[in-house]
Design a protein around this ligand. Structure first.
Ligand code: GLN
Ligand code: ZN
Length: 753
């Protein structure tokens, strides 16, 4: 057996790449300096893998922004509007990723999209009819030379495969994906030839798109590309690497094609194990067995892994590998010295996962029984005592706990009678600008420079100011501004039992941006109020309605590292009960409208549509219903969603049974509204009337126009007026002017009804 990983993190153990890149963007560092940092990081990453004993070390997984963009760039998939900027190659690459603005030119960035079912985002390559696909770049080849210079004798070249590249791209002209298959295959054949002259042993082509549902046309396209590409193969062995899901639609095809190796994810799903057992695995191919989880941070349970491997009964060679690139986990668990030992010893970040692969290899060959014993001991001791109260609550849940009464249409009438809101009521999504002073106040508290009382007093002044602003502007449903929150998930996690936090557990979200996800360690419960004080404080300042602001259970779960010893459904139900307690507490404190944000509802949607409900929505939607089913009919429940398209899960969203939902809509030109109409959507709805991501202030006239367009399609009695999303990233001036105009526009349209 041999060991391999699919890819390694690249942001740097201490986010060196982030800082170097951002310095370069701000012109505080030269290109030379950035390139040097990058080179040092690659060297460190390779050295680390070599020292750990990994046999097939990936080269090409490094990126200044995104590897899908790297592949597009290598093959000249660069629209003319970027080329005509006349920039040098690195700056042109960054222009594609982030847009470019100078005195004379202004080009927007290519779109960014969620990378499969992870929280990483890739840049969407753009083809048009002028696109001339050919091998023009040298990044991969240069990095191979560099790796060899640094003593990596047998690097494994890694790049996104042609099929996935086509599947993830957008096509702006008449030509579609299949029209580019031939030229792209030729370009990849050239790449193969070049790697051949470089003496490369293995080329890994990443084809995670095989984990999506595949039509017959998809499979035909895949086969067409690879028939030709593999025919051009010489000494370089080609590994077809899949991950994030199963290859049920294409297993027959890929096992027949002359690949030298096939990489399968045995962690994300049991389906691949079934396929190999049922249909067998060709003896003349190497199986790259993805057994060490690249998406989560827990230690591998060796006994189970070895059993799985043995049960496969594979006749040919097996290489032990990660389930996906390790870029989705942080670097080093041993840096987390603030965590109790009892927690720390269960963690495996990228460095620890390298060791796990090598240890598993040794155990499999029967060498290292001592390591096995230690690992068994870790898994046989109780991690965290079960929370009996939580268990009892869950055991006693009945269908009634998931059903709010009376039904929504009746509640709608009751609430209209109690609230006396005008038609087209105005509100915002929750946060107001997190200005420098707000962040400074938080950091002073963290560093112990101010007391808790001083910290709270500062935020209270902010709340007073923002309540006053909303009153003056004439907003109908007010918010407190969320000044106390660093992050909408971390803030709740910190106040709930069952979560732990890392100091340095950064993973790349996109480009230079990272996130530090909370870890769900034990049973989750709410032991004290979370938002009650702040919300009540704001509520007492005004006669207007103030909306409480919570993060929903599915979003909290989806943006954390989940437990693996209980199911996602169990974990989400625990979080739902905790947030339910907070909802009822707010209601008991006279808060009449409560918003429960579920912007990440779509985040963990299975890759295959056929699994959407059975594997996810069938428990995710009830979890949300559990949160609010206990409130009185006259308490109004709002939710908010943004970041993605919702058209295809609109029924599930209506089924959340909220009273009101605000959506991001303005960037997609309100196309969502047609989908709502088509689906006979019943929830009252606030389609965002302006894009909060842009500093631009929308005028009253333009907003009036948008509102009129909305109520031309949706009944005005069901429509709310709000921005696309929270205002925390804007300046106060921008936020105040835009909200003032929005209220003005709503009033004008209202008076014309
Ligand atoms: N209530 C949150 C805010 O206003 C929602 C955040 C979001 O949708 N991204 O910031
Ligand atoms: Zn939002």
């Amino acid at each position: 057996m041999t060991t391999s990983i699919i890819g390694f993190p690249r942001i740097g153990e201490h986010r060196e790449l982030k800082f170097a890149t951002e310095h370069y963007w701000k012109k505080r560092a030269t290109q030379e300096e950035l390139l040097t940092t990058a080179k040092q990081l690659r060297a460190q990453h390779w050295a680390k893998q070599k020292a750990a004993g990994i046999d097939l070390i990936p080269v090409g997984d490094f990126s200044f922004f995104d590897t899908t963009l790297d592949a597009a760039y290598l093959f000249n998939i660069v629209p003319d509007r970027y080329k005509s900027l006349g920039l040098d190659s690195l700056d042109e690459y960054f222009a594609l990723a982030r847009g470019y603005q100078s005195e004379t030119a202004s080009v927007k960035a290519l779109p960014m999209k969620k990378w499969f079912n992870t929280n990483y985002h890739y840049i969407v390559p753009e083809f048009d009819d002028q696109t001339d696909v050919k091998l023009v770049g040298s990044k991969l080849f240069d990095e191979i030379t560099e790796a060899k210079d640094q003593g990596i004798e047998n690097p494994k070249a890694v790049i996104v495969g042609p099929y996935t590249l086509l599947k993830l791209s957008i096509f702006k002209g008449h030509k579609q994906a299949s029209d580019f298959a031939a030229s792209l295959t030729t370009a990849y054949s050239e790449l193969l030839a070049k790697l051949n002259t470089q003496g490369i042993n293995w080329l890994q082509l990443d084809e995670p798109a095989l984990s999506f549902d595949q039509s017959e046309a998809d499979i035909a396209l895949f086969a067409k590309i690879y028939d030709k590409l593999l025919a051009a193969k010489k000494d370089v062995k080609v590994l077809l690497q899949t991950y994030f899901g199963d290859v049920r639609d294409s297993y027959q095809t890929i096992t027949k094609l002359p690949f030298d190796g096939i990489g399968l994810d045995f962690v994300a799903t049991k389906e691949n194990i079934k396929l190999v057992k049922q249909d067998g695995f060709p003896a003349d191919k190497v199986l790259f067995a993805g057994v060490v989880n690249g998406k989560n941070i827990w230690r591998n349970h060796y006994v189970t892994t070895i059993e799985t491997l043995k049960s496969l009964n594979v006749a040919g060679d097996v290489v032990l590998s990660s389930s996906c690139s390790l870029q989705h986990v942080p670097y080093d668990a041993s840096l987390e010295t603030n965590l109790p030992k009892s927690v720390q010893r269960h963690l495996a970040f990228a460095y620890q996962k390298l060791d796990e692969l090598v240890e598993l290899d040794a155990i499999f060959q029967g060498h290292d029984q001592k390591v096995l014993a230690v690992n068994n001991e870790l898994f046989s001791t109780i991690r965290h005592p079960e929370n009996q109260q939580v268990k009892t609550r869950i055991d006693h849940l009945t269908p009634a706990d998931y059903t709010r009464l009376p039904e929504r249409s009746k509640r709608e009438k009751i609430q209209k009678d109690v609230f006396h809101l005008p038609e087209l009521p105005t509100t915002t999504i929750g946060s107001f600008p997190q200005t420098k002073d707000v962040r400074q106040n938080r950091s002073k508290l963290r560093k112990g420079e101010i007391t808790r009382a001083e910290y709270d007093a500062f935020n209270q002044e902010k709340i007073k100011r923002i309540i006053k602003f909303q009153e003056d502007a004439g907003v109908d449903v007010l918010v407190h501004g969320e000044y106390e929150r660093n992050d909408m998930v971390e803030y709740f996690g910190e106040k709930l039992d069952g979560f732990v936090f890392t100091q340095n557990g950064w993973v790349q979200s996109y480009g230079s941006r990272g996130v530090k996800p909370p870890i769900i360690w034990g049973d989750v419960s709410r032991n004290e109020p979370i938002t009650v004080d702040t919300t009540v404080f704001a509520n007492k300042l005004t006669d207007h309605l103030v909306k409480g602001m919570l993060t929903g259970p599915v979003t909290i779960f989806n943006w954390s590292f989940p437990r693996e010893d209980i199911t996602p459904e169990q974990s989400v139900t625990q979080i739902a009960l905790a947030i339910r307690d907070e909802v009822l507490d707010l209601e008991a404190h006279d808060i009449k409208i409560i918003q429960i944000d579920e912007l990440a509802l779509r985040e963990n949607l299975p890759l295959r549509k056929s699994d959407w409900y059975s594997a996810y929505l069938d428990w995710a939607v009830p979890a949300f219903r559990l949160v609010h089913s206990g409130v009185k009919p006259e308490t109004q429940i709002h939710t908010h969603m943004c970041y993605s398209e919702f058209g295809d899960i609109i029924q599930a969203i209506d089924n959340l049974d909220a009273d009101v939902i605000s959506f991001e809509a303005s960037r997609s030109d309100l196309s969502l509204i047609d989908q709502l109409v088509a689906a006979d959507f019943q929830t009252e709805v606030g389609p965002g009337v302006y894009d909060i991501h842009s500093p631009r202030i929308p005028s009253v006239e333009e907003l009036e126009e948008i509102i009129k367009r909305i109520i031309a399609k949706l009944p005005a009695a069901k429509v709310w007026i709000n921005p696309d999303c929270g205002l925390k990233t804007r300046s106060e001036k921008e936020a105040f002017e835009a909200v003032t105009n929005m209220v003005e526009a709503a009033k004008k349209v209202r008076s014309s009804l």
